[in-house]
Design a protein around this ligand. Structure first.
Ligand code: FE2
Length: 205
């Protein structure tokens, strides 16, 4: 291989596999609930990628890693997601992954331009909210309807940490019908219910 070949090699960034991303996440995040959240966002990202003919593994890695520094650096003024961005840059990870993670934090002012960026934002808060809905139902996610999700969204005290405006705005930006979006993400999460901690076991207990 000549000079040109090695030059292009050095310019290439690292593409993380799902396994590598999971290993990285579990190094940075010990909290079971934050790991579950990242798995849930990965699940929704992969489902949307599959449905739209996009790169499922890439989208999944973005979902897995989007909050990787939140446990160690929860301060939004100085920490999350800046520390993750710096670490991924240091690792020479594909810039599209880094940009997508930056764009999910409104306060960094990075625009969401690509379908992957818009999808991350659209599924992040919603996945958390759907899991919160599922936790209080004996059937978990099974039978959870857009109607009941919207009713819960109107109760400020329910899953109060979930930013309602972001849930609504995320779907709008992605250009999907809200009810369809809720149905789609619910179905995706249901496929990996045990992993995200809502296997509906309470229904049979
Ligand atoms: Fe998140």
């Amino acid at each position: 291989m000549g000079y040109g070949g090695s030059a292009s090699l050095t310019a290439m960034s690292v593409r993380l596999s799902r396994d590598e991303a999971w290993t990285l996440l579990t190094e940075w995040v010990q909290s079971e609930s934050l790991r579950r959240h990242c798995l849930a966002v990965e699940t929704a990202m992969r489902a949307y990628a599959r449905a739209t003919g996009e790169d499922e593994e890439l989208w999944g890695v973005v979902g897995l890693l989007h909050d990787m520094d939140y446990e160690r650096h929860p301060d939004l003024e100085t920490g999350h997601p800046r520390v993750a961005l710096a670490e991924l840059e240091r690792m020479d990870v594909d810039p599209v992954v880094i940009r997508a993670i930056a764009s999910h934090a409104d306060f960094l002012g990075v625009s969401r331009d690509t379908p992957m960026e818009k999808t991350l934002y659209a599924v992040d808060e919603l996945s958390g909210f759907l899991l919160a809905c599922a936790y209080v139902r004996p059937e978990g996610l099974v039978g959870l309807t857009p109607k009941s999700v919207k009713k819960k969204l109107k109760q400020p005290s329910f899953a109060a940490a979930v930013n309602r405006e972001e849930v609504r705005h995320g779907a709008e930006e992605l250009g999907v019908d809200f009810d369809e979006h809720v149905r789609f993400v619910t179905a995706a999460l249901q496929e990996r219910a045990a992993e995200v901690g809502v296997d509906g076991s309470a229904a049979t207990a």
